[in-house]
Design a binder for this molecule. Structure first.
Ligand code: NDP
Length: 246
């Protein structure tokens, strides 16, 4: 476990899946936790209660990452209500896809706004609050560089953008002692798997470990990167995919 006592984290998209597991894990490791949600208010409140059950302060903020002001607003509410911000986890994400010819402009704009722009704007808002020991952890995907078939152009494009964002921010924030890293999960058992659909999930034998990941396993990696022991890791891309892309 990382000792995050005295730290405050903001996890975007913390109402379900990897974000929910991360919010709860960071709280168990000692951090106060704010989390954002777009649609799942009840689930976000349940995660906040779990954070409080771990003995930490919690804040659930409605902030649709497609709105350019929303993530920055969540940063400011975190600082105003929890007193500080040390760890930003840019986790909120959506999966949209299909043949290129069928992509609607509004879908293109929405996925870029949620998966890509919100991470940039969240980091911009968080920047003034982050100093020595500060952390930004972006949640990308192996889909940034693993294309097993057609129809993954749009999602893969947005996730590969996080690589440039992570490296650029690592340079910018490094001198102040804040690290910026990118976690790229493979298939993880969340609601997003239903969006992918059983026909498009990689068969289990194609993963070296023969199984999909759990949200808690990704949360554990994020918690490690958030902790003091990861202080010399920055600008890194860390794959967590059960050996799918070997
Ligand atoms: P889920 O679909 O299970 O959860 C998505 C989370 O993001 C929810 O809390 C949802 O909140 C939130 N969210 C979605 N849209 C918005 C929005 N516009 N504004 C704010 N919050 C939003 O997904 P996962 O937990 O699986 O995915 C989390 C991250 O991990 C994503 O970035 C995803 O791309 C990435 N990832 C997931 C993989 C997987 O196999 N599961 C593999 C690789 C990467 P709400 O319900 O309130 O809308």
């Amino acid at each position: 476990m990382s000792d995050l006592t005295g730290k405050t984290a903001l996890v975007t998209g913390g109402s379900r899946g990897i974000g929910a597991a991360t919010a709860e894990r960071l709280a168990r490791d000692g951090a106060d936790v704010a989390l954002t949600y777009a649609r799942s208010a009840g689930k976000a409140q349940a995660v906040a209660r779990n954070v409080e059950a771990a003995g930490r302060r919690a804040l659930a903020v409605h902030a649709d990452a497609a709105d350019p002001a929303a993530t920055a607003g969540a940063v400011e509410r975190t600082v105003a209500e929890l007193g500080r911000l040390d760890i930003l986890v840019n986790n909120a994400g959506i999966l949209l896809g299909g043949p290129l010819a069928d992509l609607a402009l509004q879908d293109v704009d929405r996925i870029i706004a949620v998966n890509q722009r919100a991470a940039l704007l969240g980091a911009q808002a968080a920047g003034p609050h982050l100093g020595k020991g500060g952390r930004i952890i972006n949640v990308g995907s192996i889909a940034a560089h693993w294309f097993p078939g057609p129809m993954s152009v749009l999602y893969g494009m947005t996730k590969s953008a996080l690589s440039g964002l992570t490296k650029g921010l690592a340079r910018e924030f490094g001198p102040r002692g804040t690290t910026v890293n990118l976690v790229e999960p493979g298939p993880v058992e969340t609601d997003m798997m239903d969006v992918v659909g059983p026909d498009h999930l990689p068969p289990l034998p194609t993963l070296a470990l023969g199984r999909y990941g759990t949200p808690g396993e990704v949360a554990a990696l994020i918690a490690f990167l958030a902790g003091e022991e990861a202080a010399f890791i920055t600008g890194a891309t860390i794959t967590i995919d059960g050996g799918l892309t070997l």
